[in-house]
Design a binder for this molecule. Sequence first.
Ligand SMILES: CC1=C(CCC(=O)O)c2cc3nc(cc4[nH]c(cc5[nH]c(cc1n2)c(C)c5CCC(=O)O)c(CCC(=O)O)c4C)C(CCC(=O)O)=C3C
Ligand SMILES: [Fe+2]
Length: 387
Amino acid sequence: MSTNAQNPPEPFPYDAIALLSFGGPEGPDDVMPFLENVTRGRGIPRERLAEVAEHYLHFGGRSPINDQNKELLAALRAELDARGLGSVPLLWGNRNWDPYVTDVLREAHQGGVRSLLAVFTSAYSSYSSCRQYREDLGKAVVTLAEEGRPLAVDRIRHYYNSPAFVAVNARALAAAVRELPEAAREGVRVAFVTHSIPDAMNDTSGPDGGWYVRQHLDVAAAVAAEAGRELGRELPWDLTYCSRSGPPTQPWLEPDINDWLREVHAGGGSGAVVAPIGFVSDHMEVKFDLDTEAAETAQEIGLPFARAATVGATREFVTGLVDLVLERAERARGLDPAQPTAGGLGPSWEVCQVDCCKNLRREVPAMCGVDAPRVEVGAAAPAGGTA
Ligand SMILES: CC1=C(CCC(=O)O)c2cc3nc(cc4[nH]c(cc5[nH]c(cc1n2)c(C)c5CCC(=O)O)c(CCC(=O)O)c4C)C(CCC(=O)O)=C3C
Ligand SMILES: [Fe+2]
């Protein structure tokens, strides 16, 4: 690699890195406006909204997600600094609550940022967990282009099967199994848990459909095997779901975790461990649907129950994310770095095909895809430059 006096070796090809997340209310008054942001135009029944509002109010009207993102940002910042990226700004923008993506990117542009590498707080492919983040970016990029602020955006590949994500989840699962009383461990059953989505959304996830479930099954198998090795025994497992919403007539992914617990109990299982591999930190779904509701179900039926930790801001997970940032940077520079993975699916795409995780309602611009709006970055005049 050649170097010269002006440029550090291997210049990082992005002006900033941005963590993109869901957002959540900060207090009771934010709860309804937040829920309206989340569900605008989505046909979620009113009763479901009132019910979810109660979940938030049960925790003082405050989602844990913003504080968890701040913790993740601090850990990412430290790791980026340690890896020679101390001069690259790290931004944070949300879909449904302040700080909103468009506002954050506008401010970054004013500060000189013209290209961005995005990291989503969701590890898997589906409309809700991937394309909608790409649409958040699309909306921001189109809006800013209209203001004469062109911005280029890439993202890292999905990290569900990064060795670090799998290893940290496996250790957490083994620890949760050890939390059960000894007598409950012998016939223990494991439920990997993720956010339910409509069947139709799974059917269009990834480039050719079904990837949301496929990716979770791949992670689940890898995590169960690794945790099983650590414990010196096989762990029987299933993939289960929480947080179903939508009208009852619409099929969503099943089984629900509560139904699964009852079934395990009826089938003579001695204990249950739930491992929320679908969530990167202890979101409201984890705090309410698992730690509150599912724990109550288990207690009601007398089934010993433990919940595995989420990856959160653990050192190894964060290091793995920065590995993917550096990998993406090398690929942007035309190099061909190693792309380590766990499980059996191999490295996932970082540029999406046209209908990848298709928006079933309407077509809106999405970044990081082959059909993303093209923005002339570096054009001096206001570009309005979207095609
Ligand atoms: C796949 C997926 C993820 C994982 C990927 C990712 O992390 O992005 C996720 C994350 C999250 N979902 C969250 C909250 C909510 N999701 C809702 C509604 C919905 N989620 C869906 C899917 C997902 N959601 C879907 C298909 C709907 C139906 C409406 C629609 O088609 O969009 C609703 C409305 C009420 C309700 O119906 O439950 C709320 C309040 C929070 C914040 C939690 C906190 O505050 O800690 C987070 C991280
Ligand atoms: Fe959700």
